[in-house]
Design a binder for this molecule. Structure first.
Ligand code: MN
Length: 565
């Protein structure tokens, strides 16, 4: 019997959703032949295991009703209220996102961001991940020709998405489930090569584990657990590809995991382990002091162990362990989603302060990261909160600034399309050209040959490139100066070779001089590998400008700085 029936009383929303979904799917079967409803229950049970709220569990039960049955979202709203209807609607809409193979990493990254931004509520993403997990677990039942693409989508989109959310266990599970389908030869090779090594290592682990436990207890530490775990196939294979396929170079083929009660104990255990076995120089990684960008915390060390074998040992608290496995779902999910939503609402009220809020975040964040690459990655995933993602009729994803209009979209497609834009259809409906686009909108532009942009457009376009194109056509350079008089702004443009951390360095030049940045945009030209950063501030005295220029010039990779008032 499902845990949902034993854990929730018949009056609960979970039980109501259970009965409702069972009825709705009563005539449907899966490709495996079993009732479709089994899938809904499995997804909901996973969501329950992740300790999400009842609305999420109910939405998980209902997630395929609108998509696959005669039930409409209105029905869901009537029976279950707006919150659950909103979650189900998000899940239904996610199904429409098309994944195409052989995309570049930047486009794939865009798609991942799109999924999060489009979902609007992290609970939608989490339920989607639970759905994907069950679909992958039953992948053998779907037709062969669809398997590979489905597995590839899982490996490229959903596993990294889970990782970003800190759900390392789920991310690894998804990757392992996809691996045999995305790379059958690699998988077969690995199975043949590694099976004996795994067995040897696990035998070795069985010998060493009690020794570790004994020494810890002797030193007054009572570990919660000392485990040995074999490295996952998919991540092992990736590591082998980086290490000439040489298994001897993989020190964490089987790694020990010591779980203790407190952070102090973690460091004590590290000392005990190092007294027992000499550490390999340069292989101690303290993710407690410096967590990974997805929140992962642990201490890793590699030592010369019994029989001079090299092994990796991971040390963490129980809380860290829970978080490493479950990420966002462990401690964060519901409350955080709620507070995020309210934060977002207050942000929309202060449009122009968005960049300021972002800068604030930036300075708070940089304290947590010493690894610049990690930091930039984290930064980029957060930055999209101020971006929207819309679709072309060909299902390409275009990202635009929040509140962007069809004119912004048109200029992103092509300058001529922008110039000749006379109207637009959004989700097949005609809209005014200053219509505010939302993530997920499908946008088509109506053009008319010979049409010229109007000065009026400058009032509502949001993207800098659209503004620049319109201004150059209007040939009214005075426009900028007029704006300047009204708002007293000046502008810096910095061209940089896109070094790690350069954006942070640039913004801290302004922050150090206590200058408010009222506008910031960074555009990267991936082909030429440099970025153009545009920063607007209030009009500054000459001495301050000179100070800024001097400091900006010192930043590594800076190629060109211009400014205008
Ligand atoms: Mn499903």
């Amino acid at each position: 019997m499902s845990v949902l029936l034993t854990q929730f009383d018949p009056e609960s929303v979970v039980r109501k959703a259970y009965d409702f979904a069972e009825m709705a799917h009563k005539d449907d079967t899966r490709e495996s032949g079993e009732p479709y409803f089994v899938h809904c229950v499995k997804v909901a049970e996973t969501v329950y295991e992740w300790k999400l709220d009842q609305a999420s569990i109910a939405a998980a039960l209902l997630h395929d009703t609108v998509e696959d049955t005669a039930i409409t979202n209105k029905d869901i709203a009537n029976y279950f209220g707006n919150e659950i209807a909103f979650l189900v609607d998000g899940l239904t809409k996610l199904e429409t996102i098309k994944y195409q193979e052989n995309k570049e990493e930047a486009e794939i990254e865009n798609l991942r961001r799109f999924i999060i931004s489009f979902s609007k509520d992290l609970r939608v993403v989490l339920i989607k991940l639970a759905d994907r997990l069950h679909n992958m677990q039953t992948l053998q039942h779907i037709p062969r020709e669809r398997r590979e693409k489905f597995a590839l989508e899982t490996a490229e989109i959903y596993a990294p998405l889970a990782y970003r959310l800190g759900m390392q266990k789920l991310s690894g599970d998804l990757e392992d489930l996809a691996f045999p389908y995305t790379d059958p030869e690699g998988y077969a090779w690995l199975m043949k090569t590694v099976t004996d090594s795994y067995k040897d290592r696990l035998r070795y682990a069985d010998r060493v584990r009690p020794m570790i436990a004994k020494h810890l207890v002797k030193s007054g530490i009572k570990p919660i657990a000392v485990d040995a775990r074999a490295k996952r196939y998919s991540s092992l294979y990736k590591k082998l590809l980086r290490n000439e396929m040489n298994l001897d170079k993989i020190y964490d083929l089987v790694a020990f995991r010591i779980i203790v009660n407190s952070i102090e104990e973690c460091y004590t255990v590290l000392g005990i382990v190092h007294k027992l076995w000499a550490p390999l120089p340069g292989r101690i990684k303290d993710y407690i002091a410096r967590p990974k960008s997805n929140g992962y915390q642990s201490i890793h060390t590699t030592v010369f162990c019994v029989d001079s074998k090299i092994i990796e040992i991971q040390i963490r608290t129980e809380e860290m362990h829970e978080e490493a496995e479950m990420g966002i779902a462990a401690h964060w999910a519901y409350q955080q989603v709620k507070s995020d939503a309210s934060k977002k609402a207050s942000w929309t009220g202060v449009k122009n302060k968005i960049e300021l809020a972002w800068i604030e975040q930036l300075s708070n964040w940089q304290k947590h990261f010493t690894d610049q690459e990690e930091f930039m990655r984290a930064l980029k995933t957060d930055f999209f909160k101020e971006r929207i993602f819309v679709l072309t009729p060909h299902n390409d994803i275009i990202d635009l600034p929040i509140h962007a209009t069809p004119v912004d979209f048109a200029y992103r497609i092509h300058t001529d399309i922008g110039n000749q834009c006379v109207g637009a259809r959004v989700n097949k409906k005609i809209v005014p050209i200053d219509y505010e686009l939302k993530s997920g909108d499908l946008v088509e532009i109506i053009t008319h040959k010979g049409k010229k942009p109007s000065e009026d457009w400058l009032r509502f376009v949001k993207s800098e490139s659209a503004k620049d194109h319109i201004k150059s056509i209007l040939n009214k350079k005075s426009r900028f100066f007029k704006e300047k008089v009204e708002t007293q702004l000046m502008e810096f443009k910095i061209i940089n070779t896109d070094e790690n951390g350069f954006l942070k360095e640039i913004t801290s030049v302004f922050a150090d001089l206590r200058i408010n940045i009222v506008y910031l945009q960074s555009q990267t030209d991936h082909r030429k590998e440099f970025s153009t950063v545009t920063i607007r501030t209030e009009v500054l005295p000459d001495a301050k400008i000179q100070k800024i220029l001097l400091k900006l010039k010192k930043i590594q990779g800076t190629k060109e700085i211009t400014y205008r008032t």
